[in-house]
Design a protein around this ligand. Structure first.
Ligand code: GLN
Length: 202
């Protein structure tokens, strides 16, 4: 079985651990370098990207994670995790850094403030049956992807409403990022796609 770490500095760690465990993966929290070394893949949860960025630096995890990413470790970033895995960020706070890895430019808090958080149904390439049974996506002060560079591929877009056309899911090899929070809906298909990516990579 595969071991998937969930970065446990801040954010909705438990929900990801729960979903991954329900899919038969061994899911473990990661807070230090020795724990990172023991996982096959890493999930970076939603939360607050500026806080996670600061904690990553305080826990001296930036370089170890970047090294694993360069070596091909699969990673999945949801919401704040998407921001942290993006090569470029707009609307960040002064000095905010990302781990990078995915050739995209993301815009923080793109959909509006907390009250403007919204839900919509998405078709996502690679997510089983989503063309006929769309993924119900929950966005909470979410980023969107403003630009996708040549190394990455958009796999999901908002279809209706004022944000129609906005890219909210991207894949780049073993890296997956989504603007939304599949761990809160009970629909496990996005995590299943990630577990499949991890199984194929070990
Ligand atoms: N707005 C948060 C950020 O910029 C992300 C919110 C979330 O992860 N739900 O990091």
């Amino acid at each position: 079985t595969v071991t998937i770490g969930v970065l446990a500095l801040q954010g909705d760690v438990r929900e990801h651990v729960h979903v991954l465990s329900s899919l038969g993966a061994r899911a473990v929290p990661v807070r230090r370098e020795t724990e990172l070394a023991a996982v096959d893949a890493l999930v970076i949860p939603g939360g607050e990207s500026t806080t996670i960025d600061k904690l990553l630096r305080a826990f001296e995890l930036v370089e170890p994670i970047q090294e694993r990413l360069r070596a091909g470790m699969p990673a999945y970033g949801s919401c704040a995790g998407m921001i942290l895995l993006a090569d470029r960020v707009l609307g960040g706070i002064e000095g905010q850094q990302t781990l990078g890895g995915v050739d995209v430019t993301v815009r923080r808090n793109a959909f509006g403030r907390q009250v403007d958080s919204f839900e919509t149904d998405l078709v996502i390439d690679g997510v089983e049956d989503s063309a006929t049974d769309p993924v119900h996506a929950v966005f909470i002060r979410a980023p969107w992807v403003e630009e996708v560079g040549p190394a990455a591929t958009a796999i999901g877009r908002v279809e209706v409403g004022p944000a129609a056309g906005r890219i909210v899911a991207v894949r780049q090899g073993p890296l997956l990022v989504t603007s939304f929070h599949p761990e809160v809906t009970g629909d496990t298909r996005v995590h299943r796609l990630f577990v499949k990516i991890v199984r194929e990579s070990v």
